[in-house]
Design a protein around this ligand. Sequence first.
Ligand code: HEM
Length: 267
Amino acid sequence: MTINNMPFPKSVRALSLAAKAWYTPVLLGQWIFVAYIIYAYGWPVVMGEIGAWNNHISEAYVPGRTMGNIAVAAHLALAIIIHFFGPLQLVPSVRSRFPAFHRWSGRAFVLSVIIVVAAGAYMLVVREIGSWTLKAGFIFQGFLILWFAWQAVHYARQRKFPVHMRWATRLFLAASAVWFFRVMIMIWFVLTGGIGIDQSDGTGWFIDAMTGLQFLPLVLYEIYWRIKAGNSNRAHMTFAVFLWLAAIATTIGVGLAALGMWFPVLG
Ligand code: HEM
């Protein structure tokens, strides 16, 4: 099935095109999320109504709880940097045409994730949120983010760019967990009508299952890069089909998250 142990160019192109098709709604969806963060948390600060943060996350702003409020503010402000610049880091043409931009936004991204993880861990301590399994999942994700950031920087400094790219992609996926979490819940709603989710308070067994499912993008990436580096045409084509399906599901998930959750015009 292969020429000189290489996959056919057609399969390589099919996989690359499918990866781009999946990545497009991810990039656009993260920018819609940025617009939501600014609208939901930035705008109330400008209007002097910080209490409106609590409409989106409970106990986000508690008068007098200075450290807790600063942690939430830092978490959300730096999430803007992460979700705006992060998706651009993985676009090859941006990297090749604007290398200085890639370096500087990469540094800002890494610095931001370190602070955001620390602030997020503090938020878990001072606020009441969900089950202990969900908390454990967030904390594990935080450790992964710090480990991936360390490795991505390490290999960039050593100028081992193919390895750097793999760690940086893992970092991007882990740092985007909060976004994937919401999009995956929306996809689940489409598929099942929301089985396992209590819509009155956003709890339920499916939300608890998200403790593990939030790592799905990372698992799929490990499969993807191995297939891409391997020589099986069948694996290339099968994963390409899967990525096209994922692209459709992600587009629907982003659309519903945008219209039903972030800018709720769907009532
Ligand atoms: C670097 C990656 C991360 C980013 C970009 C990020 C971003 C965000 C954003 C934008 C929100 C508000 C979501 C909304 O309004 O729908 C949020 C909420 C939250 N984040 Fe993070 N976060 C990250 C990592 C973490 C980690 C590692 C933890 C814990 C260790 C954490 C803990 C929390 C908590 C507790 C909330 C409030 C959730 C709620 O009550 O519904 N975050 N995060």
